[in-house]
Design a protein around this ligand. Structure first.
Ligand SMILES: [Zn+2]
Ligand SMILES: [Zn+2]
Length: 369
């Protein structure tokens, strides 16, 4: 490998400006490492939360954990991807957001590898030490041992794949956990990227009707393209009215599954009231420490409700998500989730984060040169 550098944008903490820097590319990779040249990264809502200082975070760091790119070089023990397809230099790949050890209590016994005792999480690791290239807002990324890689099917574009690495696969994990299958009604609270995937995946996994709830009309209309049958614009609506509308749609019974994809704790209170007896509620978005919510425990017991908290996913969920999106790519406008595009520069990343923060785009894209 030639002695080259790669450009990266560094996050130094919430109140500090982003910084453009260069790191040296690894001279020799470890036998299980892969060097990837990034072709596209997307900005996740949690990148914005970190940038705003809403959660504790190691710095300096390269943010970005929804990434696709091509293999530049790989360690000599890498032969196949997670699904068993052979891997070669130049292959276009995506990978699980977390790398895990495969040996610890959480990997082996509990089987929640995303909570591995030796976890590595892309876009969440300090970049001051080797391999430096640990996040998506960069020209390159180094995948450490324990990463689960997937060769991208040729019929899927970078845009259709990048957000699956966080948003898409997280949704799949929650649906798996809650056993979402043939059912009458699913309510999706929040039509950001998580919400769009929720609508489409719920329909594909067997929901007869999906109810999308969201204050931005444009997003609701897009949710319709992702399979939502009923749209509730919640701006200027009281919680009581929203619940009333859901109950009217479901003939007074309530929904089988409620999906919280908003990131606002109050939505959980509203969501619980929409559930039918025996209903299941999946929480994705509420992820800052200190977010409190009041839930009537009487309601949980007497309505026999079940609650599922979802944080990240295991590689099998990313595999399932890629396969599903591949099958139904012509039914839903997955590409519309991504954009506009920004360049890999200090100003480009700042503009992309602002675009996500102002909710003017679902997944701003970073395209390095
Ligand atoms: Zn994310
Ligand atoms: Zn482990």
């Amino acid at each position: 490998m030639s002695l080259k550098n790669g450009k990266a944008i560094i996050f130094n903490g919430a109140t500090k400006p982003l910084e453009e820097t260069e790191f040296p590319l690894p001279k020799k990779l470890d036998k299980e490492e892969i060097l990837v040249k990034i072709s596209l990264s997307t900005v996740c809502g949690s990148d914005v939360h970190t940038w705003q200082g809403k959660r504790p975070f190691p710095t300096p760091c390269i943010l970005g954990h929804e990434i696709v790119g091509k293999i530049v070089e790989m360690g000599n023990e890498i032969k196949n991807d997670f699904s068993g397809n052979s891997l070669e230099k130049g292959d276009r790949i995506v990978w699980s957001m977390t790398a895990n050890c495969g040996e610890c209590y959480f990997c082996k016994v509990v089987k929640i590898p995303q909570k591995c005792e030796h976890l590595f999480k892309y876009g969440h690791v300090a970049s001051d030490k080797y391999p430096h290239f640990t996040g998506g807002f960069s020209q390159y990324v180094v995948l450490p041992r324990g990463s689960s890689v997937f060769k991208i099917p040729s019929e899927l574009s970078d845009e259709e794949v990048a957000p699956l690495m966080c948003a898409g696969a997280c949704i799949m994990n929650g649906f798996d956990l809650a056993g979402l299958t043939k059912c009458d009604y699913v309510a999706v609270q929040g039509c950001g990227a998580l919400g769009m995937y929720s609508c489409a995946f719920a329909k594909e996994l067997g929901a007869k009707k999906v109810i999308a709830i969201e204050p931005i009309e444009e997003r609701l209309q897009l949710a319709k393209e992702f399979g939502a049958d009923y749209l509730i614009n919640e701006s200027n609506e009281s919680e009581e009215m929203i619940v009333k509308k859901v109950l009217e749609i479901t003939k007074g019974r309530g929904v089988d599954y409620g999906i919280e994809a908003v990131g606002i704790p109050e939505a959980i209170q509203t969501g619980f009231k929409m559930l039918r007896i025996g209903g299941k509620y999946i929480i994705y978005g509420a992820i800052y420490p200190g977010d409190k919510v009041t839930i009537d425990s009487f309601e949980i017991t007497t309505k026999c409700l079940q609650l599922f908290g979802v944080h990240n996913y295991s590689p099998i969920h990313l595999e399932k998500t890629i396969n599903l999106v591949r099958q139904v790519k012509d039914k839903y406008p997955f590409k519309k989730i991504v954009g506009p595009s920004f360049e890999l520069s200090k100003d480009g990343i700042e503009a992309a984060l602002k675009s996500q923060e102002s909710r003017s785009s679902l997944r701003p894209a970073i395209i390095p040169k």
